[in-house]
Design a protein around this ligand. Structure first.
Ligand SMILES: Nc1ncnc2c1ncn2[C@@H]1O[C@H](COP(=O)(O)OP(=O)(O)OP(=O)(O)O)[C@@H](O)[C@H]1O
Ligand SMILES: [Mg+2]
Length: 135
């Protein structure tokens, strides 16, 4: 699903303020993702950070799973990478490019996500389970 389709589902009070800049030609090429001392919140002010000082480096072409209790910030990490919530401090990089230096359409056009949205699961269950119905 294109990341742009998720924007209305996030419920964030403010959007990041990325510039209109284009990414470097050919970016991203490797898919290396770095979270460096990332602190991010669902609002610039008035909310505790949902992510506090996160540092992770994920090599391009690898698979990485985040494990944690509900509300620990797994989904929020992806939202920060996609420019959907404000980064208070630290940074997210894709192939060495700070995501805040790229316009939001360019950034989100470079990322694909499988969202944690239940209507996709419902459609799948209705399709494969005769016991389930919409009633
Ligand atoms: N739209 C929102 N506005 C404000 N705070 C939010 C919003 N969405 C999530 N949060 C908060 O951000 C924190 C991290 O939530 P997040 O959804 O990233 O957790 P998660 O690890 O993905 O949980 P789950 O396993 O239930 O999917 C939680 O404290 C949550 O309450
Ligand atoms: Mg989640």
């Amino acid at each position: 699903m294109p990341v742009e389709n998720l924007v209305n589902n996030v419920g964030c009070r403010v959007s990041p303020t990325n510039p209109a800049g284009s990414p470097p030609p050919g970016w991203p090429s490797q898919g290396c993702v770095v979270f460096a001392n990332l602190t991010a919140s669902y609002a610039w002010k008035g909310l505790e950070p949902a992510l506090l000082d996160i540092s992770v480096s994920i090599p391009g072409g690898s698979s990485c799973g985040f494990v944690g209790r509900s509300g620990s910030g797994k989904s929020t990490t992806v939202l920060a990478l996609a420019g959907m919530i404000p980064i208070i401090s630290g940074r997210c990089e894709i192939d060495g490019v700070d995501v805040r230096s790229v316009s939001l359409p360019s950034l989100r056009g470079a990322i694909a996500v499988v969202p944690q949205v239940r209507n996709i699961a419902v459609a799948t269950m209705l399709c494969y389970s005769p016991q389930l119905s919409l009633a």
